[in-house]
Design a protein around this ligand. Structure first.
Ligand SMILES: [Zn+2]
Ligand SMILES: [Zn+2]
Length: 134
């Protein structure tokens, strides 16, 4: 049996697949119930309204959505904040803007390493030498 501190309440517990202690699992299930009930009655609500009405944090609601426990199909106005900029999104971890920016950054990094590779081939430097010099 593995013991660990629950990341949610800090208590020592036997580590399980849910990552939090049994008391927190119950809490989270109750929070989910509150969200699900509220959403059933207020299909058009947004995450702010849902969070205020149920006293469940954005973070937890976002988690429910990501886990698929709360379906956005049943909640047409529900969205959660982008991890990068906080603008509201309905799928993935990031908004389209941040994703394309990230892709550009990754592209730039790839390009840069491709360029240094070419330089290395041209100049005959070992890559380690090049980094040490710069
Ligand atoms: Zn706990
Ligand atoms: Zn964003």
């Amino acid at each position: 049996m593995n013991l660990g501190n629950c990341p949610r309440c800090g208590k020592l517990y036997a580590v399980n697949f849910r990552e939090v202690c049994p008391a927190c699992i119950k809490d989270i299930d109750k929070e989910y119930e509150r969200c699900a009930t509220y959403l059933r009655e207020n299909r058009g609500c947004g995450i702010q309204e849902l969070s205020e009405a149920t006293e469940v944090s954005y973070r937890q609601i976002t988690k429910f959505i990501r886990e698929g426990r709360i379906s956005l199909i049943d909640a047409p106005h529900l969205a959660y904040p982008c991890e990068m900029c906080g603008s509201f999104i309905r799928e993935g971890n990031m908004c389209v803007d941040c994703r394309s920016k990230l892709m550009k950054d990754i592209g730039a990094v790839n390009e840069a390493s491709a360029t240094s590779e070419q330089q290395r081939l041209k100049s005959g430097y070992k890559i380690g030498d090049k980094f040490r010099k710069e």
